[in-house]
Design a protein around this ligand. Structure first.
Ligand SMILES: Nc1nc2c(ncn2[C@@H]2O[C@H](COP(=O)(O)OP(=O)(O)O)[C@@H](O)[C@H]2O)c(=O)[nH]1
Ligand SMILES: [Mg+2]
Length: 382
């Protein structure tokens, strides 16, 4: 039997509870945990409603407060690691993780993951189509980094390396619970290190496709993603020098399916509000850092009004900027954090106002082709 775990923080409690109930109603699930950062707020509301869900399905539905296990900012990583530690101690056979803010979560997600585990895959990740301007950390930071570090393996080809929807079987749970790389990563970097750590376990890795897409909270200006951006950048840079999955390691994925029309039309963030973020004041330290960039890049970010602000940040210039960030970025250094954010904004805005306007299919093909090209460059230089 399987356990289902939902980390949650500020979501509408009724949405969290409805997801807990969907999991509890599934015959493969025998217990459900909701993991909160602290007592009060959404936690109190979910805790008050949990007994009803538990009673309706005659299964334990527990609200757990995350422990302080990691060494980075205490965030989603502490929540997932708290659940992983408990699940390993209890000898759980299978553990599902799902984000609590999904609005179209349903039994078929659990079915798909369970089926793959029944076929002997030790790790299952859910993948789903996303709007052309969604997943900008995945497309511009994480997948380019995996292409650089692990060319020719299945890691750069994973659709959602940052997705929080995954099924782990017992050997994966035990190995993750014992991993310092994973346990230390208490912040948004957890998904990156969890994806990496599970990819090298050689337990069989399956991607289950959810054709309807993952519907969840989208964003205002990209300022909302600043913290996630710098933590995900730091996490993937920390994988440098580590071995990748064994060549020929077992990896399989569901075939592609048609993408829902409404998703193709969705804009995932507020473009005008995001352009205004580029007007933010520069600190002296940040100017100093930017001036040390190669001229091709400093020209783009240090912009007197007459210069283009983001239009020229194409895939090749971004490859250069991304490589510099992978080598030099320092988490906790305000100048590096600000410069990384600015560079990433220029790349996302360049893509959004150019390729993303050419329609969903062309945009996806363009993004995929950039990852393939980065992989070819990395393979040639190693
Ligand atoms: N327990 C816990 N859950 C968190 C924390 N931070 C984020 N989450 C949950 O992690 C999930 C993913 O977060 P979300 O903001 O939707 O990220 P996004 O989908 O990548 O934009 C959601 O269910 C959040 O409630 C945290 O500090 N503690
Ligand atoms: Mg979300």
């Amino acid at each position: 039997m399987s356990l289902a775990v939902f980390p949650f923080k500020t979501e509408e409690p009724s949405l969290v509870v409805s997801n807990l109930a969907t999991a509890a109603a599934h015959p493969a699930i025998d217990e459900v945990w909701a993991v909160a950062p602290e007592v009060g707020g959404a936690e109190a509301a979910v805790r008050a409603m949990a007994p009803e869900v538990s009673g309706a399905h005659a299964k334990p539905v527990e609200v757990i407060i995350q422990e302080r296990l990691g060494t980075y900012r205490s965030g989603k990583g502490d929540a997932m690691n708290t659940a992983l530690t408990l699940a390993a101690e209890q000898g759980r056979d299978r553990v599902h993780f799902y984000d609590a803010d999904i609005t179209n979560f349903e039994a078929s997600w659990i079915d798909g993951a369970e089926r793959a585990a029944d076929r002997g895959f030790g790790v299952v990740r859910h993948r789903f189509p996303r709007a052309a301007t969604d997943a900008m950390i995945t497309w511009m930071i994480t997948r380019p980094a995996l292409a650089r570090l692990f060319p020719g393996t299945f890691l750069p080809r994973l659709d959602q390396p940052l997705g929080g929807e995954v099924l782990l079987t017992r050997p994966a749970v035990e190995t993750l619970a014992a991993s310092d790389l994973v346990r230390s990563r208490s912040d948004w970097g957890i998904d990156t290190v969890l994806t990496y750590a599970t990819s090298v376990m050689d337990l069989g890795f399956y991607e289950h496709h959810v054709a309807d897409g993952k519907r969840h909270a989208l964003y205002g200006s990209l300022d909302e993603l600043r913290e996630m951006l710098i933590e995900c950048l730091d996490a993937v840079a920390s994988l440098s020098g580590r071995p990748g999955p064994r060549p020929g390691a077992r990896h399989a994925t569901d075939p592609p399916a048609p993408v829902p029309e409404d998703l193709k039309q969705t804009t995932a963030y507020d473009v005008e509000a995001t352009v205004r973020l580029l007007d933010a004041e520069w600190s002296a330290d940040e100017i100093h850092l930017a001036e040390s960039l190669p001229p091709d890049l400093s020209y783009l970010v240090l912009d007197p009004p007459t210069r283009p602000r983001f239009e020229l940040m194409d895939a090749d210039r971004w490859h250069m900027a991304h490589g510099l960030l992978m080598e030099n970025f320092a988490l906790g250094d305000p100048a590096w954090e600000s410069l990384a954010f600015r560079l990433w904004l220029t790349r996302v805005l360049s893509y959004t106002t150019n390729q993303a306007r050419q329609g969903f299919d062309a945009a996806m093909e363009y993004l995929e082709s950039t990852i393939r090209r980065y992989e070819v460059i990395a393979a040639g230089s190693s």
